[in-house]
Structure formats: structure tokens, C-alpha cells
Design a binder for this molecule. Structure first.
Ligand code: HEM
Ligand code: HEM
Length: 194
């Protein structure tokens, strides 16, 4: 069985990366938005570190995903999809890719420009600082991190809304083909009326 994307659905690697990144983004949003309400005390630095390490993980997964997308291609659009929807989906998907790379990079830039403690990925690997401490860039990176996140949140609502619309109102395979294939019942399990 090929792991690449067949013409009519997303393959297991693309599906795994899609849903894993989506889940991690949800965790990052929850942790990120609660950072402000935490007392600025070393006791809570682990929460920042967890957010930063998981954000860097998303950055790495996003790069792998982009590479896999280039190598494994994409399925054809579902039959009968209007051209305007295909164009809109292409633009949205491109922006989503750009954001899942730009958001962690802006966070990393913010961390670097702050000149704070060393950045260790889950306490294991020391990550380089991208630039020397710089108050101007720090503020710019902080605003970019926050604003890009809200653009991502808006796009994800539109993107997920479109997938759910196709599933429930159009009844087509858009969402199903991004989900694991359901097991076909064996002949002995097929209901019969005898
Ligand atoms: C896709 C990955 C990421 C997402 C979705 C994300 C999301 C967020 C969100 C929603 C906030 C709260 C923004 C606010 O209301 O001010 C936040 C704050 C923060 N993030 Fe991230 N983040 C990501 C990656 C990173 C990375 C890789 C780092 C650092 C290496 C980082 C460092 C920070 C820091 C330090 C804050 C607190 C900012 C402040 O004190 O105002 N983030 N993040
Ligand atoms: C949370 C963050 C999410 C991000 C960053 C994201 C990103 C993406 C990207 C970039 C693609 C295009 C795949 C490619 O070209 O490689 C895609 C496809 C898809 N996404 Fe998401 N997605 C997210 C959440 C969701 C959610 C919550 C749903 C469903 C409720 C969903 C449903 C789909 C479906 C069905 C496709 C395939 C569309 C098609 O075959 O035409 N996504 N997603």
C-alpha cells in the first residue's frame, strides 16, 4: 500500500499530519491565551516553556508536512466542485500553511529578541536565539505573534465550516477523504433477513 495521496483521497501520512497539527494548535491556543493571566513568577515558567516547545514542534511538523505535500501531491478536487470554491480552497490552504510557519517563527523571534532564559526544547535541546536582544523587534514580533494567531483562528473557522458544510449539506466526500477509511463489513457481518 502506498503512503502517498491517491487521486481520490488523502493518504495516511497527510491525514496524520493534518489532524496532529490541528490538535497541537488547539493546545497552543489554550496555553497561549492563558499566559497573560499567569503571575509573572519563575514558578510558572514551565507553562511558557511547554508553549514554546510545542510551538517549535508545530514548526518542525509544518516543514515536514510541506515537504510531504510536495512529494506526495494532492488528490483531485471532488467531482463537480465549482471553480470558485476550488480557487478559494487553494488560497485558504496556502495561507494556512504560511501561518503555521509564520506564527511559531514570530514566537521564536519574540523569545530571541527578549534575551531571556535559554530556550530548551522540552528541556532537552538548546535552541539557538534568532537575533540579539532588541526591544523594537521584540514588540513587533509580539504583535505579529498575536495578530497572525487571530488571522489563523478566523481562517480555521472558515476552513472547518466549509468542510462541515460539504459533509452535512452537500453530502460529498470532502471531509470523509481527510478521515481514515471506514472498515467494510465482512460478508458474514452483512445484515440479512433470514
Ligand atoms: C503555531 C504555533 C504557536 C501558536 C498557535 C501560538 C499561539 C499563541 C497565542 C494565542 C498567544 C497569546 C497571544 C496574546 O494574547 O498575547 C501566545 C503567546 C506567546 N507565545 Fe506563542 N504560539 C505558537 C508558537 C510559539 C513559539 C514557537 C514560541 C517561542 C519559541 C512562542 C512564544 C510565546 C510567548 C513568549 C507568548 C507570550 C507573549 C506575551 O507575553 O505577550 N509561541 N502564543
Ligand atoms: C486547526 C487548524 C487546521 C489547519 C492549519 C488546517 C490546514 C489544512 C490545509 C493546509 C489543508 C490542505 C491540505 C494540503 O494541501 O496539504 C487542509 C485540508 C483539509 N482540512 Fe484542514 N486544517 C485545520 C483544521 C481543520 C478542521 C477542524 C477540519 C474539519 C472540521 C478540517 C478539514 C479539512 C479537510 C476536509 C481538508 C481536505 C480538503 C479537500 O480535500 O479538498 N481542517 N487543512
Amino acid at each position: 500500500m502506498s503512503l502517498k495521496n491517491p487521486v481520490d483521497r488523502w493518504g495516511p501520512v497527510s491525514q496524520l499530519l493534518h489532524w496532529l497539527i490541528a490538535l497541537l494548535l488547539l493546545c497552543l491556543a489554550v496555553i497561549g491565551l492563558s499566559l497573560d493571566s499567569l503571575p509573572k513568577s519563575p514558578k510558572y515558567f514551565w507553562v511558557y516553556d511547554l508553549h514554546k516547545s510545542t510551538g517549535l514542534t508545530v514548526l518542525a511538523l509544518a516543514v515536514v508536512r510541506l515537504g510531504w505535500r510536495m512529494y506526495a501531491g494532492a488528490p483531485k478536487w471532488i467531482p463537480g466542485l465549482p471553480t470558485w470554491q476550488a480557487r478559494l480552497a487553494t488560497v485558504t490552504h496556502g495561507l494556512l500553511y504560511a501561518l503555521i510557519i509564520a506564527i511559531p517563527l514570530s514566537g521564536w523571534l519574540f523569545d530571541s529578541a527578549s534575551g531571556l532564559r535559554p530556550l530548551r526544547w522540552y528541556g532537552l535541546v538548546e535552541m539557538p536565539k534568532l537575533i540579539a536582544p532588541n526591544a523594537g523587534i521584540r514588540e513587533l514580533a509580539r504583535s505579529a505573534h498575536e495578530w497572525l494567531f487571530w488571522v489563523l483562528a478566523l481562517l480555521v473557522v472558515i476552513h472547518a465550516g466549509a468542510a462541515l458544510y460539504h459533509h452535512y449539506f452537500e453530502g460529498d466526500a470532502t471531509l470523509r477523504r481527510m478521515l481514515p477509511r471506514r472498515r467494510q463489513p465482512l460478508p458474514a457481518e452483512t445484515p440479512h433477513d433470514s
